[in-house]
Design a protein around this ligand. Structure first.
Ligand code: IPD
Ligand code: CA
Ligand code: CA
Length: 267
């Protein structure tokens, strides 16, 4: 059973409050699919509303903490040790297309280290939480990363660049190597949930490039507290700044990192 420390209780309450708005708005998006303009502007408004709720709730509970938010950017706090890293809606394109796979992601950084994370899918009501040294949980059930040790038996998630995003050639080289060495590749459209699914043992591994700190912060601690390994694409501990990530159990993480290195050397 997850024991919510005071700061985790604050994070969960803020996520659930913002989720109520996203649940309502997600229902509306399905109706707007058929409208001439489509739901794009509506989704942007939903995204910003969720972020406003998170900012208000977390500021009230922990005045002085700084913020790094996808929509609102950086807000310096008087407490220089603590910073929230927030993605109010990770999986925007899914939300826009009425695909029920998106999440609120809240990471808490203390003196440069991620110490707590929440990833919450309001549609599936799956609440992934983790705090440093306290373990990782899904709806209060403790999580462990998958135990598979053979890449050939692994299902691996990733992110595929699309129009307007960098890295097309590099990704094709990576996929060309990885697809020949794994049991399956998945691209589901939410980096925060991809990392949460690795923590839950649903995916054996995950890799992606060109992510933002708010995509990654909460998922990093989920995987680590579930006994997994998270590194940047060079197997170093510079995930947030580099925007590249490899996650999995120790063996699979190492094997996937080697496969990606072969892909980069050949491209
Ligand atoms: C995106 C999702 C997606 C990833 C993109 C991110 P957003 O976040 O996490 O899975 O591949 O790189 O930008 O834009 O939906 O918050
Ligand atoms: Ca995101
Ligand atoms: Ca987002």
């Amino acid at each position: 059973m997850a024991r919510h420390t005071p700061v985790m209780a604050v994070m969960v309450a803020a996520a659930r409050k913002a989720a109520r708005g996203l649940q309502r708005d997600f229902g509306e998006v399905e109706n707007l699919q058929v409208s001439l303009k489509g739901p794009a502007n509506f989704v942007t408004a939903a995204d910003k509303k969720a972020e406003k709720t998170l900012f208000e709730e977390l500021s009230k509970a922990r005045p002085g903490y700084g913020f790094l938010m996808e929509e609102g950017g950086t807000i310096e706090g008087s407490d220089k040790s603590h910073r929230w890293l927030i993605d109010p809606l990770d999986g925007t394109t899914n939300f826009l297309h009425s695909i029920p796979h998106f999440a609120i992601s809240i990471g808490l950084e203390r003196d440069g280290q991620i110490v707590a994370g929440v990833v919450y899918n309001p549609i599936s009501d799956e609440l992934f939480i983790a705090e440093k040294g306290q373990g990782a949980f899904l709806n209060d059930r403790r999580l462990r990363v998958a135990a598979r040790r053979e890449l050939a038996n692994a299902v691996v998630a990733t992110g595929i660049p699309h129009i307007g995003r960098p890295g097309h050639k590099r990704f094709i080289a990576e996929l060309g190597v990885v697809m020949n060495e794994v049991a399956g590749v998945r691209r589901m459209g939410s980096a925060a949930l991809d990392l949460a699914y690795v923590a839950a043992g649903r995916y054996d591994a995950y890799w992606e490039a060109n992510l933002a700190p708010w995509d990654l912060a909460a998922g990093i601690i989920l995987v680590r507290e579930a006994g997994g390994f998270v590194s940047d694409l060079n197997s170093r501990d510079d995930v947030l700044n580099s925007g590249g990530v490899i996650a999995g159990n120790e063996t699979i993480h190492r094997e996937l990192a080697k496969a990606l290195k072969r892909a980069h050397a050949a491209s």
